[in-house]
Design a protein around this ligand. Structure first.
Ligand code: NAD
Ligand code: MG
Length: 394
């Protein structure tokens, strides 16, 4: 029997983190939790600590760490805070695999640290590859670790590539649901609210990725993620709108064969495959009933209504620090939209403005990514504030 896999779960209180722990709970003989980290959701983290008994946990603030210690009393594991705490939880010597499920660029440093200490990675945090793809893939190769995609599209491509030669691949085709505004006219998108944008038709996810799905920046980030994960240039990565979210993505080969992975839209499938590759876990999910489906449709994305997708391809073509700036500006713009400071269509305008002001530098060190990230945040904030004072952003 295979030995128990010891996990560090970064972002354990989020949508992916909770689904990961559901799988751990269903297969206690296969997985053990060594570390957990969370942002501010102390109540949920406390429950998880009591249930999964990790050796070490980390939260963002020292205050939060103190509160957690008081709540847990004698049951408290080692409780840390800040980036150092996250990194310690990513690098704990007992861990075999780190589930990287923090949202945003905050996931980069702990994920990179885990790679550098030889941990395999189940990667949900796409921002890690978006902001620092070349450095991350180099580090993965240098340290001989494995990077398993959790993102459903990338898991589908990973599965569709198994047993094949990369030389035989013609194109990767990422599917996109099109989000809640797939059929909205551009003019009607101007007035959508955060609640409208958070209502994803097929997937239940965290707030940031839900807004990214509504703007289709999520697909843009996924194109960049795929570029680095599979080492395929952007010209050979296509996006098809597939509103049913049943075909999770496809690989087209040079002989015309197309191989896809299908399934009901539930993140447990790709999470479980990343955790237990190459074996499959018998998950308790309803089977895919193809006969009950009237149609599975595919369409070209509309870059005019969804300019964020075009901006992501542009940032990838610009190279170097551009994707980190794209990502940072997007994080600030999404926050500003959720706080009702800017309108939905302003999200793309803010990102475009940040990219326009950028002097691209090649990536040689992670510090450059962190500086580009900070710069992108400041630029985005500057444009949002200027807008509030009556200036236009575009
Ligand atoms: P979420 O918002 O539900 O959870 C994020 C987790 O990260 C929480 O535990 C939160 O406390 C923690 N966190 C947030 N900010 C932090 C910070 N600054 N420092 C430390 N921890 C912080 O997000 P999610 O939907 O679970 O997404 C997580 C990642 O997985 C994202 O990168 C997302 O793009 C990716 N992803 C999610 C899904 C999905 O279905 N939810 C699918 C594919 C990929
Ligand atoms: Mg996805």
């Amino acid at each position: 029997m295979a030995s128990v896999k010891k996990l560090g779960i970064l972002g354990s209180t989020g949508s992916i983190g909770v689904s990961t722990l559901d799988i751990v709970a269903a297969f206690p003989e296969q997985f053990e939790v060594v570390t957990l980290t969370a942002g501010n959701n102390l109540a949920r983290l406390e429950e998880q600590i009591r249930r999964f008994r990790p050796k070490m946990v980390a939260v963002i603030s020292a205050d939060g760490a103190q509160q957690l210690k008081e709540r847990l009393g004698a049951d408290a594991p080692q409780i840390l805070s800040g980036v150092e705490g996250l990194v310690a939880c990513a690098c704990h010597e007992d861990i075999d695999m780190v589930v990287s499920a923090i949202v945003g660029a905050a996931g980069l440093v702990p994920t990179m640290s885990a790679i550098e200490t030889g941990k395999d990675i189940a990667l949900a945090n796409k921002e890690t590859l978006v902001t620092a793809g070349s450095l991350v893939t180099e580090a993965v190769a240098r340290h001989g670790v494995r990077l398993f995609p959790v993102d459903s599209e990338h898991s589908a491509i990973f599965q569709s590539l198994e047993g094949h030669r990369m030389d035989d691949v013609r194109r990767l085709i990422l599917t996109a649901s099109g989000g809640p505004f797939r059929n909205r006219m551009l003019a009607d998108m101007a007035s959508v609210t955060p609640a409208d944008a958070l209502a994803h038709p097929n997937w239940s996810m965290g707030r940031k990725i839900s807004i990214d799905s509504a703007t289709m920046m999520n697909k843009g980030l996924e194109v960049i993620e795929a570029r680095w994960l599979f080492d395929v240039p952007a010209e050979r990565i296509a996006v098809h709108i597939h509103p049913q979210s049943i075909v999770h993505s496809l690989v087209e080969y040079v002989d015309g064969a197309v191989i896809a992975q299908l399934g009901i839209p539930d993140m447990k499938t790709p999470i479980a495959y990343a955790l237990s590759h190459p074996t499959r876990l018998p998950l308790d999910l309803p089977p895919l009933d193809l006969c009950s489906m009237r149609n599975l449709t595919f369409d070209e994305p509309d870059l005019e209504r969804f300019p964020c997708l075009a901006l992501a391809y542009e940032a990838l073509a610009m190279g170097g620090t551009a994707p980190a700036v794209l990502n940072a500006a997007n994080e600030i713009a999404v926050d500003a939209f959720l706080n009702e400071e800017i309108a939905f269509l302003d999200i793309a305008r803010v990102i475009r403005a940040a990219l326009q002001g950028l002097e691209v530098k090649p990536l040689e060190h992670i510090d450059q990514v962190l500086r580009a990230d900070l710069w992108g945040r400041k630029e985005a904030r500057r444009f949002i504030d200027a807008r509030g004072e009556g200036a236009t952003v575009c």
